[in-house]
Design a binder for this molecule. Structure first.
Ligand SMILES: *[C@@H]1O[C@H](CO)[C@@H](O)[C@H](O)[C@H]1NC(C)=O
Ligand SMILES: *[C@@H]1O[C@H](CO)[C@@H](O)[C@H](O)[C@H]1NC(C)=O
Ligand SMILES: *[C@@H]1O[C@H](CO)[C@@H](O)[C@H](O)[C@H]1NC(C)=O
Ligand SMILES: *[C@@H]1O[C@H](CO)[C@@H](O)[C@H](O)[C@H]1NC(C)=O
Ligand SMILES: *[C@@H]1O[C@H](CO)[C@@H](O)[C@H](O)[C@H]1NC(C)=O
Length: 345
């Protein structure tokens, strides 16, 4: 399979099939994932960035060869059109950090009708409705934040990828095991995780059937807080990189957490549409949102995130509204209906 080729972006370890690569264009490794946006953009002149309001539509048209292939496996259809999310906070997260993250997780189960004229996390998730399985059943409409736990460094401050899976399996005693749910492990900024910041910002995979998983394969993801270890890679555009001389102002005042949310979103989309590695992904292994990497707004190009919304009271940049009008930045997602990267359905 093509996604086994090349360490830098294929990244297939025995237990890590799928990864989210840096959105940074500061290093050449990522030029692969952004190259399709505008092959010539590397040569464009540096231009000053001014946060500006959205001026036009949100859809973005990359090269037409981006299309994701369906590999005939399941997508996450949920139960009654709902996917439950369970979150493990590993290490030290402040109350405020947990609040911001939990607001993001609560942003996928609101009433859609309430936010008619705004881009929202739910309309963003709505793009996954275009991804259907063999029976034409789409990815579940809603994600519900069902449970959380904190873990005070039970496995130390340096984890490998199998430790992540261990944490997920341990959590099942309280969360319960369901292959229709998503399990997330979030590590704090001081926790070292195998391959974090070397070539990934987060990974997703699934447990193998065992007694502990009630004989199921459970989709899970890990995302690290990059604030100290590699903000320029995993918190971009809230840290300098590409054509940004300075990071943009993060909507929740925390570049690490706001950056982490970008990766969380990326992996939610990947899990929803490719939970077991045989759903939707491109030849190079990149899934729904990862193929639009680096695109956050209209007129994006490699190294420039695109035109974003700006919060007038703080000058922070974002592109969607969530729970209780909170603000977040999410990556564009491939929209199979229009064959474009888009922000919302
Ligand atoms: C990218 O690659 C070019 C040529 O291969 C090299 O000159 C440049 O230093 C590299 N940049 C980084 C950030 O590695
Ligand atoms: C919409 O909101 C109302 C009131 O907040 C609630 O009762 C209802 O269950 C919600 N509907 C959905 C689909 O979430
Ligand atoms: C977490 O562990 C650290 C030491 O690793 C300890 O100092 C701290 O008190 C613990 N916090 C809680 C809430 O148990
Ligand atoms: C991961 O780390 C644990 C200790 O935390 C160790 O027992 C295990 O062998 C490691 N796994 C791999 C694949 O390196
Ligand atoms: C936002 O940016 C404008 C223009 O650069 C500046 O005048 C204003 O003081 C900024 N507001 C805040 C809260 O920083």
């Amino acid at each position: 399979m093509a996604f086994l080729d090349g360490y830098k972006y294929a990244a297939f370890l025995s237990f890590v099939a799928f990864t989210v690569f840096s959105t940074s264009v500061a290093d050449n490794a990522s030029s692969h994932s952004t190259a399709f946006l505008h092959p010539e953009s590397k040569f464009r002149q540096v231009r000053k960035f001014h946060p500006v309001r959205k001026t036009g539509g949100f859809s973005y048209s990359p090269e037409p060869t981006v299309a994701l292939d369906y590999h005939f496996g399941p997508v996450m259809t949920g139960r009654n059109d709902v996917i439950k999310m369970f979150v493990i906070y590993y290490g030290h997260f402040s109350r405020k950090q947990k609040r911001v993250l939990s607001h993001f997780f609560k942003s996928f189960s609101q009433n859609e009708t309430q936010e008619l004229h705004k881009p929202t996390t739910e309309k963003w998730w709505g793009l996954t409705r275009q991804y259907v399985d063999l029976y034409e059943t789409p990815v579940a409409a809603r994600l519900v934040y069902e449970g959380e736990k904190s873990n005070n460094y039970s496995l130390g401050a340096s984890l490998n990828q199998s430790d992540i899976q261990t944490l997920v399996v341990k959590s099942l005693e309280s969360f319960g095991a369901s292959s229709r749910s998503m399990y997330l492990v979030l590590t704090s900024e001081d926790v070292l995780v195998e391959r974090f910041c070397q070539n990934v910002c987060g990974t997703h995979f699934f447990t193998f059937p065992s007694d502990a998983t009630n004989d199921q394969m459970l989709p899970y993801a890990w995302i690290g807080n990059p604030a100290k270890q590699c903000p320029e890679i995993c918190a971009w555009p809230y840290a300098p990189g590409g054509f940004l001389k300075e990071g943009l102002i993060p909507p929740n005042g925390d570049a690490g957490i706001d950056g982490m949310i970008i990766t969380v979103a990326n992996l939610l989309a990947a899990m929803g549409t490719n939970p077991f590695g045989n759903g939707y992904y491109r030849e190079d292994g990149l899934a729904a949102a990862a193929v639009c990497q680096g695109v956050y707004g209209d007129k994006a190009y490699s190294g420039y995130p695109g035109n974003l919304l700006v919060d007038k009271s703080t000058n922070a940049s974002f592109n969607v509204y969530g729970y209780k009008d909170s603000k977040f930045l999410v990556p564009f997602m491939w929209d199979p209906a229009t064959q474009q990267c888009a922000l919302q359905a």
